[in-house]
Design a protein around this ligand. Structure first.
Ligand code: BG6
Length: 509
């Protein structure tokens, strides 16, 4: 008998029991580009147990054969490891099924139950991970039908494990986020709920915790005594990429700041957790979110800048402005860039500004956190340009993942000429570049039941509470549309003014 490739090495690496992953919204882009490639890569690295199964659920008429063929093609295009390993794929596709039906009809769940029962007896896949890759308006139907069809087991029931993963956007304001939390809580216990923010699955974001709390050198200076200010940048070169309709409702503040950027902020500013247990980490994140100075209406004008991309040149190519994108109103006031000055009113950070910015169609794709330390108290060196620039610690999340510490040195020679240099650590050079995708780590953690890298209900609500105030002010203002910035630039000029007023400037990452 030939050896089952999925069993090879399982003794050391198997980390989860047999699971059926049920993806609602299986014909969407996320399933194709991220979820199936991630599950296949977990199978390839022997992390999934034999008996593992995937059931796609969607409205579109399709056979399981067709679904398998489509998924194979998608994995061929989007997997980080190519070409497809036929032996692994063969075993993987045996557990791959499709159930067709609308999400709001009981029959869909009858068919799903029959499929899941069959997979349980054929492959032993009795634990279930429901993945809601659908718009939030569908959550209500799905969770109530799952409950009515008795497809959810309570935690601690001693029967199978049932969990649910929820994709963003998690609501569009505080009220809708609360409603979604209540809808999900009507069927699942919070310990079964995994709200995804894929930034938390990025290796370099996870490394922030390690960097801060596994080194003794930085934590003692990670505070108002030594830090002048912090800059967090999430810059993209891409525009809205055919998602004009979605962007017209969302804008960059809700698309990126409310979730990804806020998570980067939390990990940078939070206190050390008492352990790495999910709730210990999330308690600290919630605390720091609660310490954020609320953006009262009177503060928004002075502390928040928005912008919208106009035509311009990105990487040598001429690109259109936001208002010329398909499905975007020619008079749109949606922001594609936002910058803010935020303050954390607690003992560690009192008075230290956090300047954050996110935007589409900026000069280059870069996500980084830069901690700028205070100037030396007295400058001994009379260099013509002032000479002594402050130390900066830059944590590069993507691309060219790494950590750089800038400091001042003396240029060799007869004169004392000062030079700002960098001590550079690069992940690629140190560990190779084929790191797992965020979704691999997150799907596996959800199956393991580890919620550390997922957002808790109160965290999501705190994030929205902060963002909602900004929108209240913008609505009340209802005046000028966001200023335009040329595609390929670093955003509107007043984003520079936000820092210039404080005698600072944005780094050019
Ligand atoms: C998504 C946003 O959540 O994150 C997109 O909806 C954005 O607009 C994307 O492009 C950025 O993710 P990454 O992993 O490419 O930085």
């Amino acid at each position: 008998m030939s050896e089952n490739p999925l069993r090879r090495g399982l003794a050391e690496t198997r980390t989860v029991g047999p699971f059926a992953v049920v993806i609602f919204g299986a014909s969407g882009d996320l399933t194709k580009r991220k979820l199936l490639p991630a599950l296949y890569n977990l199978a390839l690295s022997r992390t999934l147990p034999s008996g593992f199964a995937v059931v796609g659920v969607a409205r579109r008429e399709k056979s399981s054969e067709k679904f398998r063929a489509e998924m194979k093609e998608a994995i061929g295009s989007f997997s980080r490891r190519k070409p497809i390993d036929e032996a692994v794929w063969e075993d993987f596709e045996r557990g791959l099924h499709y159930v067709q039906g609308p999400f709001d009809k009981a029959e869909t769940y009858t068919a799903l139950k029959a499929q899941l029962d069959a997979l349980e007896s054929e492959r032993g896949a009795k634990n279930r991970l429901y993945y809601l890759a659908v718009p939030p308006s569908e959550f209500g139907h799905i969770v109530s039908h799952l409950r009515e069809a008795k497809l959810i087991e309570a935690p601690g029931s001693g029967k199978a494990v049932t969990r649910v993963v929820v994709e963003k956007p998690f609501g569009h304001d505080l009220e809708s986020a609360r409603e979604l939390n209540a809808t999900i809580a009507s069927a699942f216990d919070e310990s079964q709920v995994f709200r995804i923010d894929h930034y938390l699955g990025k290796e370099t974001v996870q490394n922030l915790l390690v960097f801060r709390f596994a080194n003794s050198l930085f934590e003692p200076v990670w505070n108002r005594e030594h830090v002048d200010h912090v800059q967090i940048t999430v810059a993209e070169e891409i525009g809205v990429e055919g998602r004009g309709k979605f962007y017209e409702e969302i804008g960059v503040t809700k698309d990126i700041v409310e979730n990804h950027l806020m998570q980067l902020f939390c990990l940078t500013a939070m206190e050390p957790p008492i352990s790495l247990a999910a709730d210990a980490v999330r308690d600290e994140k919630v605390k720091v979110l609660r310490s954020l100075r609320p953006m009262e209406r009177s503060l928004v004008q002075e502390n928040v800048v928005r912008g919208q991309y106009a035509r311009g040149i990105v990487r040598g190519d001429e690109v259109c402005g936001y208002r010329e994108e398909p499905d975007v109103s020619p008079a749109s006031r949606i922001e594609t860039f936002v910058a803010m000055r935020m303050f954390v009113d607690n003992w560690r950070w009192g008075g230290v500004p956090f300047y954050v910015r996110a935007g589409k169609r900026l000069a280059r794709r870069v996500t980084e956190i830069a901690v700028q330390f205070k100037k030396v108290p007295h400058n001994l060196f009379r260099a013509p340009d002032g000479g002594v620039t402050p130390n900066v610690l830059a944590l590069r999340i993507q691309p060219d993942e790494g950590i750089a510490l800038r400091f001042i040195t003396k240029e060799p020679g007869q004169h004392t000429i000062l030079r700002d240099v960098a001590m550079d650590f690069r992940y690629g050079a140190a560990f190779g570049s084929n790191t797992p995708e965020a979704y691999e780590r997150l799907l596996l953690d959800a199956m393991r039941g580890d919620a550390t890298l997922f957002t808790r209900h109160d965290e999501v609500e705190e994030q929205w509470a902060f963002i909602d105030r900004v929108f209240e002010a913008w609505r009340a203002e209802a005046s000028a549309p966001p200023p335009l910035y040329a595609s390929g630039s670093w955003g509107p000029e007043n984003a520079d003014d936000l820092l210039a007023r404080d005698g600072r400037r944005w780094r050019k990452p």
